[in-house]
Design a protein around this ligand. Sequence first.
Ligand code: ADP
Length: 163
Amino acid sequence: ADEASMLVGILELSSKTVFQIMTKADDVFCLSVDDCLDRRLLKRILRLGHSRIPIYDGCRDNIIAILLVKQLLLVDPNKALPIRAIIRRKKRSHKKKVVSPVYVSKQCNLLDLLNEFQVGRSHMAIVVESLEPPADHGTRRFLGIVTLEDIVEEMIKEEVLDE
Ligand code: ADP
C-alpha cells in the first residue's frame, strides 16, 4: 500500500456504507444456538478458520450472539454441548464482555462503524435493514457482516491476506 492511495481510502470512509462492503448473509458461516459442538462440528469450524461466528436462535435472521472461536479451546468434543450452553456460561462468568452483537443499519458509513469498533465491544457488526424495530414485530432481516478487517481493506485499498 502507498501513502497517497491510503489517504484517499481514509477520506472515502465516510462516504461508503456498510452495505457496499459487507460480506452478504448468504456467504456468512452462522450456527444455531441449538447446534451441538460434537467432534464433527468442531472440525468443520476449525477447517473454515473464521475467528467469529454469528449465532442465531430459531431463524437465521435472529442473530443473538457472536461466538469467538477461541472460546472453544477447552470444549470437550465428547460432551457435544449445545452452543447455547457456551454462550450462557460466558454470560454468567462476567470475566469477559458479553458478546451481544453490534447491529448497524445498512446506511451506516464506514467511519462511524470504525469508531464503534474502537470502543472494543466487538470487531464484527451485523448489518440490518434498519435499527428501528420492524413494524410487524418480527425480526430484522440480517443482510450481512462487516469486520474491522473489511474496513482496513477499504482504508488501504488493498486486500489483507489471511494468516
Ligand atoms: P477472520 O479472522 O475469521 O478471518 P476477519 O475479521 O479477519 O475474520 O475477516 C476476514 C474476512 O472474512 C472479512 O471479509 C469478513 O467479512 C469475513 N468473515 C469473517 N467472519 C466470517 C464468517 N463467520 N463467515 C463468513 N465470512 C466471514
